[in-house]
Design a protein around this ligand. Structure first.
Ligand code: C2O
Ligand code: CU
Length: 461
């Protein structure tokens, strides 16, 4: 396995040279059917003294091309599959028509190699969203099939630059190639596929420059299969203004930030490092603190006044929680768990048989995708789901088609989210308005856990 060379010690290292500019060349979708092509490609994930890495990518890029549209505009992409496997594109966090959700066998047929599929929907909500493969995603996302979708407010907050950073966690061998251990049941039954090489926007060291005092909008995505990022900032101070694409009612002071797989955070940060210093995005990991990104700070910026909240998105308010339809998702299984037998293919199977079929987790005693939905909700109904993590591992629960609010210990609804992290043994309750008709997936976004049995669905309308 290759070395991690990005110890925090790089702070203050000389020889930055001319700062790399902020990410240029944003493609603006205009409603025409631009292609979005998934195909094998090469990417420079490792340092320049190592080979490029063979990946699977959208339009040859890791992350894929950043799609930017104005709120209310249409996103129209003809997905072309030039992969050796069937695939489909899920538009994560978008409240879109069910047929556009990109989930093989639930909302569409998988697109075969050589095939294509037209995705076309309106971007109702402004915020940071993303798209990724939703077929064998534990392999296809790990190989690089994801990108950011930014929906811009009509009146965005004033900033000096708007930067998106997709964080990823790769498992690379000494030759800088992806270790193809996607189906390893050991990973599946533990924390998922945790890698050994972390990138920001596909680079081992993401670098840019900024002026002292400037304000950046920093949009972070955790695109990793399974790693939870614990992030910190040095020389940057500011606010969290949106989570999972949805504005907070009030900006929150930025401290440490936990980003579970698939989660996003929109930050407004002021460069507090002085000219000549570096401002850093730091990842706290078991073996130390690493800089994921560095801004070379030059003189000449100006501080701005504290920001107000972003304009809210048109999400319906929760109805009466006391009268809500309720259901429970009990997570079971995994290493050190206590899953005995579970249902698969309509039959009860023991742990051995289940593991032989790659099923090491279950929701409510079901290890495969059930034929019946977890619940059928009427259109507009408020739903409460109790999520019980009866396992020894954290899980990042994701609901398709709508954002939800996690209820606090006092029963008060928290911010809108589309993924919520549950620690081992933790129970949480989420509530949402079932206002989007169709069949929607509910799963753990640790992609090996989803494939290993943590998947169910809801029917709305
Ligand atoms: Cu981001 Cu079902 O996925
Ligand atoms: Cu999980």
């Amino acid at each position: 396995m290759i070395d991690r060379r990005r110890l925090l010690a790089l702070a203050g290292s000389a020889g930055l040279g001319a700062g790399v500019g902020l990410r240029p060349g944003l493609s603006r979708a205009s409603g025409d059917a631009t292609d979005l092509r998934a195909a094998p490609a090469m990417a420079r994930l490792a340092p320049s003294d190592m080979p490029e890495t063979a990946v699977w990518a959208f339009d040859g890029l890791v992350p894929g091309p950043e799609i930017r549209v104005a709120q209310g505009a249409r996103v129209t992409r003809r997905f072309v599959n030039d992969l050796p496997q069937p695939s489909a594109v899920h538009w994560h966090g978008l409240r879109l028509p069910n047929a556009m959700d990109g989930v093989p066998y639930l909302t569409q047929e998988a697109v075969p190699p050589g095939g294509d599929f037209l995705y076309d929907f309106a971007a109702q909500d402004a915020g940071a969203f993303w798209f990724h493969s939703h077929a064998r995603s534990y392999e296809q996302v790990a190989r690089g099939l994801y990108g950011l979708l930014i929906v811009e407010e009509a009146e965005p907050p004033e900033v000096d630059s708007d930067v998106t950073l997709a964080l990823d966690d790769w498992r690379l061998g000494d030759d800088a190639q992806i270790v193809e251990s996607f189906g390893a049941l050991h990973d599946w039954a533990h924390a998922g596929r945790i890698g050994n090489w972390i990138t920001a926007n596909g680079r081992p060291e993401w670098r840019a420059s900024a002026r002292a005092g400037e304000r950046l909008r920093l949009r972070l995505l955790n695109a990793a299969n399974a790693r939870v990022f614990d992030l910190g900032f040095q020389g940057l101070e500011g606010w969290v203004v949106a989570l999972d694409g949805m504005p907070l009612e009030r900006p929150e002071r930025l401290g440490r930030l936990t980003l579970a797989p698939a989660q996003r955070a929109d930050l407004l940060v002021d460069v507090t490092a002085a000219a000549g210093e570096e401002a850093l995005l730091i990842s706290f990991e078991r073996d130390g603190a690493f800089a994921l990104g560095a801004l070379a700070v030059t003189a000449g910026g100006a501080r701005r006044p504290d920001p107000g909240p972003l304009p809210p998105n048109p999400v319906p308010p929760l109805g009466d929680l006391a009268a809500a339809r309720r259901a429970t998702v009990r997570m079971e299984g995994g290493a050190m768990g206590r899953m005995g037998s579970a249902m698969m293919g309509g039959e009860s199977m023991g742990p051995r048989e289940l593991a032989a079929a790659g099923k090491v987790w279950a929701f409510n005693g079901r290890a495969d995708m059930p034929e019946e939905p977890l619940i059928e909700a009427a259109l507009g109904e408020t739903v409460r789901l109790t999520l019980v993590n009866d396992t020894a591992w954290p899980h990042a629960m994701h609901l398709h088609g709508t954002h939800f609010r996690r209820l606090g210990p006092d029963g008060r609804p928290g911010p809108l989210r589309d993924v919520t992290l549950l620690a081992r043994g933790e129970t949480a309750e989420i509530a949402f308005v079932a206002d989007n008709p169709g069949d929607w997936l509910v799963h753990c976004h640790m992609l090996e856990h989803a494939a290993g049995g943590m998947m169910t669905w809801l029917r709305v309308g």
